[in-house]
Design a protein around this ligand. Structure first.
Ligand code: PHE
Ligand code: ZN
Length: 884
């Protein structure tokens, strides 16, 4: 409780509280301070004696002075929450070591030594899920970014590459399966029911790629033969009982391995590839060399328990982690400021892979939607940072949409400018030049520059400047000439008040209004503050289609008639541009509506245009249903808020809901017909059937908005008839937002049916927390008390609270109760799992962009957190930046 809420407290107490020293700010790490390591560690031998609540680790490091280092005789070994039980140098116990904070410093005189350190760990007590921890009776590790130092003392930085040999022993009954990176070189039985295994990884790697897993696991096994003829054993390890849900992951793995050979010429380099699924995991998955560790949600899938979206996510993440074997492992990062070197590139690779496995157009639209919802707000808020940051306090806070998704967009622009063939020459050169190295973003750009023969001098600004560029377009027509004037501004971001113009590659096409065609797409590059581009051959003003395929991650500002947008929504031959025109139509209308700029006539006119475009999307026989479903998705509330300097979330929500209800009424007959048609399509994983499921729920949402009784009836019928999770979840989502008797019945049935299936119970929490139900805040409070809720499982915490934080109806409730709920969560979760707690801060950090009454309440929550004497570095950094 804070001081302000205890008015009866005597004033002296406030004085005492004020006198306490303010919590120390964590030190700032800067990119420009990079120094090569003084000592290298060519080889490591680790010996683990495993136990759930007591594990002993003996680490033998062969260390050698780095010729490129400072020459310092002190060896710095990072540690975190561990103590050295014994330190030996060249076989002798030494006293010549000391602790500097949590680091272990050892004085060494020679050029090379053997340093041995013993540590003891309690994995069962490790709720942070970094280092070695227990999950459902099994042991596993997570070392990226700085988790290895929670296992043993080590130069825990990505530019120290070592060859690892790992021996582990433990009770056979408890840990029948023993895994680490590389290949198993020996194994055997020990005394008292123990057994042991030895693993060797021939590829030198940084400590963040180390992994060990021990537990009762079963594998789905397959084989893959690489293009060079290497036979690779593939295993997906899960808890007994889950093996029937691993086939899609296995298919995705085989497809990934094949695709990387074809698309990037990258071949796998070990005889074994293991994936382990764990249910307690902070992130999606981890690319440890030869031993990927996955959150169960990106492995397990079958039609009964996983939606089509879940299937796509499994495929994408399996691909992502596999692709890291080259973009991340064979070529790793010099330091954590270079994180986007591996993450941006690997996200681009997984996006291209998923596009090739399914619909390129739909994948592009989905990727842009994620960018706009997750990255644009980051880029325009207090936590904005370039894709290659200049400083940080806690690296875990930098696994962001900017590093990942904007990072991918930046590399995609190089690909667009070079063309596919030359881009491939660039990536080939990158892998050839830097294989086995810890590289920088600059190394990547240089390799693309040389290999693809591009001049990227000015383009490098994309790596150093934060903020989403705004491109204003104006078009003038006279005679037969059309002049397009483009002006770019890159907004100021924290620490970067002034920006320079960046090269912005824009794919454009000009349409003739009468024929509905264009004479060819062009790539223009805007690389000055302002520039004009001239087009000939139009006798009347053409319709501009710009940033087609979303060729640059920018916001285009272009005032235009609804008629032009309706035209492009119906005629553009670039599917992304068609989607963009639909979005633009709705965005223009809703932004005007919430800004109070629409009188009744203008509102009616705007709605009519949207209704017309929507109606033709529903009716167009040339569209496949997956694409139709994409076109029917209205712009998200966060994206609408981005269009305004300061927004009222209540007004945005009300206007958007009103439009949905209007569309539901206006198009009642075609929507019902669409729903009926989709309901009649049988389940399969084919695109046509997936499309049918997508539009089925889209139609249902709009029907329920305009006619709740009819919506409830149809949703309940869809729920009861469902033979797959996509239909069942879609129906339950609609019911969860309604105040109908069917709601309780279906929710209770869902819980009964899937009791004990953690991933599906997560959905049960999410659907309720994300619902537009008037009582949603009460529901969330009750769910937090539900016996199935726990603060120690990140998936469960996210299921309830991420859904709540992303639900404007809950989070932005005018009472401020939503803010309080997230503030309380952060304070309670921080001591348990700081990384996960910190991920909830940005939602409150948006306060400057929200209307003043809510903004004050959001800020107050941040201050309440900041006032805590004990805060993790993770939360401290995010909160202080959000207040600063
Ligand atoms: N490197 C992982 C990925 O993107 C993400 C991750 C980071 C996982 C930190 C765990 C911890 O694939
Ligand atoms: Zn990654």
């Amino acid at each position: 409780m804070d001081i302000a809420s205890r008015p009866s407290e005597p004033a002296e107490n406030t004085q005492v509280a004020d006198a306490a020293p303010p919590p120390a700010a964590p030190p700032v790490i800067r990119r420009e301070d990079y120094l090569p390591p003084a000592w290298l560690v060519p080889e490591v031998a680790l010996d683990f004696r495993l136990g759930l609540d007591a594990t002993k680790v003996v680490a033998k490091l062969s260390v050698a002075r780095n010729p490129a280092g400072s020459g310092a005789s002190t060896l710095r070994l990072n540690g975190d929450q561990i103590a050295p039980l014994a330190v030996r140098v060249d076989g002798l116990d030494v006293n010549d070591w000391r602790l500097d904070g949590s680091d272990l410093l050892v004085e060494l005189n020679g050029e090379a030594h053997a340093v041995e350190v013993e540590t003891a760990l309690n994995p069962a007590a490790n709720s942070q899920l970094m280092g070695l921890y227990a999950s459902n009776g099994m042991l596993c590790t997570q070392c990226e970014a700085e988790g290895f130092r929670r296992i043993t003392f080590f130069p825990d930085r990505p530019d120290v590459l070592s060859t690892y040999t790992v021996r582990m022993s433990g009770e056979k009954a408890q840990f029948p399966i023993l895994l680490a990176n590389g290949n198993c070189t020996a194994s055997g039985e020990g005394e008292d029911g123990t057994h042991w295994a030895e693993w060797h990884d021939p590829w030198p790697k940084p400590s963040y790629l180390f992994a060990l897993v021990a537990g009762d696991l079963v594998a789905n096994h397959a084989e893959f033969t690489t293009m060079g003829g290497r036979k690779v054993d593939l295993n997906i390890w899960v808890r007994p009982g889950d093996e029937d849900r691993t086939q899609h992951a296995m298919d995705s793995l085989v497809n990934s391995m094949k695709w990387d050979e074809e698309a990037f010429g990258r071949e796998y380099d070990l005889d074994l590839f293991n994936i382990v699924a764990v249910s307690d995991f902070n992130m999606g998955a981890m690319e440890n060399k030869g031993l990927n560790v996955f959150n169960t949600r990106y492995v397990l899938a079958d039609p009964e328990t996983a939606t089509d979206g879940d299937y796509d996510a499994v495929e994408g993440v399996i691909g992502h982690e596999y692709f890291h074997n080259w973009s991340g492992n064979r070529v790793t990062c010099r330091d954590w400021f270079q994180l986007s070197l591996k993450e941006g590139f690997t996200v681009l690779r997984d996006q291209l892979f998923s596009a090739d496995m399914g619909s390129e157009a739909v994948k592009r639209i989905e990727d842009v939607r994620v960018l706009r919802i997750a990255q644009f707000p980051e880029d325009s808020g207090p936590l904005a940072h370039p894709i290659r940051p200049d400083s940080f306090q806690e690296i875990s806070n930098f696994y962001t949409a900017t590093i990942y998704n904007k990072g991918a967009e930046v590399i995609r622009m190089m690909r667009t400018m070079a063309g596919l063939e030359r881009f491939r020459q660039g990536t080939d050169l990158y892998f050839e030049r830097h294989d086995g190295e810890a590289a920088t973003c600059e190394d990547f750009v240089k390799a693309i520059e040389d290999g693809a023969r591009l001049d990227l001098t000015q383009f490098r600004l994309w790596y150093s400047q934060a903020g989403t560029p705004q491109v204003a377009a104006e078009m003038a027509h006279n005679g037969t000439q059309t002049v397009l004037k483009l002006t770019q501004t890159v907004p100021a971001t924290p620490g970067q008040p002034e920006k320079q113009a960046m090269p912005i590659p824009l794919r454009v096409a000009l349409f003739d209004r009468d024929t509905g065609t264009h004479s060819g797409e062009q790539l223009i590059v805007l690389d000055k503050d302002s520039q004009t581009f001239t087009f000939d051959g139009f006798t009347q003003p053409p319709v501009l289609s710009i940033n087609r395929g979303f060729s640059a991650p920018v916001a285009i500002e272009f005032e235009r008639d609804s008629a032009d947008l309706v035209f492009l929504a119906a005629h553009d031959d670039d599917p992304f541009a068609r989607y963009e025109a639909m979005q633009g139509l709705v965005v223009q209308h809703l932004v005007a509506a919430v800004s109070g700029k629409l009188d009744d006539a203008a509102r009616a006119e705007g709605r009519a245009a949207i209704g017309e475009a929507y109606g033709s999307v529903i009716a167009d026989p040339a569209l496949d249903d997956l694409m139709r479903g994409e076109l029917m998705i209205l712009p998200a509330e966060t994206y609408l808020a981005e269009q305004l300097p300061v927004s009222d979330p209540g007004a945005i929500h009300a206007e958007r809901e009103a439009l949905k209800a209007w569309l539901g009424r206006e198009l009642a007959a075609p929507l019902k017909a669409l729903h009926d048609r989709a309901v009649a399509v049988a389940y399969s994983r084919e695109a046509a059937a997936r499309g049918a499921r997508k539009i089925k729920t889209q139609a249902l949402v709009l029907i329920a908005c305009s006619d709740p009784a009819e919506g409830a009836r149809r949703a309940f019928a869809q729920y009861q008839a469902a033979d797959n999770m996509t239909d069942r979840q879609g129906a339950l989502m609609v019911l969860a937002s309604l105040d109908a008797p069917e709601r309780e019945t279906a929710l209770a049935d869902f819980h009964d049916r899937y009791e004990g299936n953690a991933l599906v119970i997560d959905k049960w929490f999410s659907l309720q927390a994300g619902a537009l139900n008037p009582k949603v805040l009460e529901h969330i409070a009750a769910l937090a008390q539900h016996p199935d809720f726990t603060m120690t499982n990140p998936n469960r915490v996210r299921a309830l609270y991420m859904a709540a934080a992303a639900n404007p109806k809950a989070f932005h409730d005018a009472s401020g109760e939503g803010y309080r709920m997230i503030g309380d969560l952060i304070r309670r979760l921080d001591p348990i799992n700081a990384q996960t707690a910190a991920r909830f801060v940005p939602s409150l950090g948006r306060w400057r962009r929200i209307e003043p009454v809510r903004a004050a309440m959001m800020r107050a929550e941040l201050e309440r957190i900041a006032a805590l004497p004990e805060l993790s570095r993770d939360v401290r950094e995010q909160v202080s930046k959000s207040l600063g």
